[in-house]
Design a binder for this molecule. Sequence first.
Ligand code: SPV
Ligand code: MG
Length: 530
Amino acid sequence: MLTSPRLQFIMEAHNGLSAKIVEETGFKGIWASGLSLATAMGVRDRNEASWTQIIDILEFMSDVTTIPILLDGDTGYGDFNNFRRLVKKLCQRDIAAVCIEDKVFPKTNSFVDGDQALADIDEFCGKIKAGKDSQSNDKFSVVARIEALIAGWGMDEALRRAEAYHAAGADGILIHSKRANPDEILTFAKEWANRAPLVIVPTTYYATPTERFREANISVIIWANHNLRAALSAMRETSQRIFEEETLAGVEGKVAGMKDVFGIAGNTEIAEAERKYLGVQRQETKGIVLAATRGSALEALTKDKPKCMLDLRGEPLLRRLVHSFNTAGVRDITVVCGYKHEAVDLPNIRKVVNETYATTGEVASLASALEAMEGPALIAYGDILFRDYILDLLFDAPGDIVLAVDAKWRENHPDGRKAVPDLVVCGQPYREDSFLDDTAVELQPVDGPIDPAQAHGEWTGLARVTATGLVDVRREVAAMAEDGSLSNAGLPELFNRLAHRGVRARIVYITGHWLDVNDAFDLAWARNVL
Ligand code: SPV
Ligand code: MG
């Protein structure tokens, strides 16, 4: 921008927020004003804030923007040695340039009456050289600011200094004036005749048409403090009004909306990043728990409540299940109730009632949950318990429909006592070393009941579906409603029909670490396990 043949403009910012605003407005560069930085910190523009405190703010400004930042580095915060260290730190933080003024540390703002003592020319030239020798980035620029006109030393002194600073290696000359007209700036520019890029700060001679600066071959104009001043007026006005009116009603609509606040802080990006880095959209995954049945084999224990509400060492089974879902990141959980649904009184669940629970099966219950649901979803029977890592396996596995299948199912059924398990036939049997192999194992379609000798495992009642998977499920459920098979069907039948249509569920093999509760033996076992 310094060497561009066209007049350039840079706009003041004093923190991450104002820097972002400058960039989003379309400015191609930022002036990190010493006056604004100090004022925003509530202190004077008099080197009251330490240089490292300034650098900390600059780091935020640099992190949240992509356009170059020119730091108002005051006098360099000390001698040549302090300035070397400043330049090193600025390069590390990706700051494009620094401007130093030929005054004495601690300096005071050029518009404040008081001591505007000028630095010795040779000493200042040494400082410029030291800075240039310390930059680790070839494109880093040092702008030398001349305060001779401010301090009342006159034009000749200003030009003499400009020449010396240019010779010392300055990449640009900032000539400052506190006059209400541009005369001395324009005279300087004429005399200077473009020996090096000229930078100006028309704060007091603001009424001058910009065209005159263009004609005078100025390189960069700094709009030096107007975001700070705008913020000051706006904050005062808002505070005053709320204070007087004792309500927010008068200011709402006049101040930026919360959406705007979240927007400029970049919340949209974080939502995308969460999707990308926090695993498979766990936050968006909804839970569906099928818990409509009584569990009649439990007899008197389920007289007043469904089996999902049976106590397992101080907590209902369903509460443990919901907790596992929550731990996996799934918070929006729909529980399909039926039998004694009023007894299902857990917080943080959405209840749906399958009124026909007594005469229908799992697919009918699932259908009542699907009505107002978009995927992705995690589906579970309401009478199971499992180790939390099994949900992680389901989330980590690719595929639009993923089923957790217990390969060691025979160990769950040692005496043939339990009800017929949900057996499945898969593309490949479980192997002890299958974790070394990422071959996709898929559910195979079958005709009729599965012979235990051919089964590869028992479906646990846990499934994950993506949004696409849910569309397939919904379509199949609709087809089952159409052909009359819906009311008595279990979920394995639904998955089998999908497999027949070519929508083959992905299988995640597990080996135990889960249980279901069908009768009093299961219940005793579950309580022992816990
Ligand atoms: C600043 O913005 O801090 C400046 C410009 O140095 S001025 O306040 O005009 O001196
Ligand atoms: Mg300043």
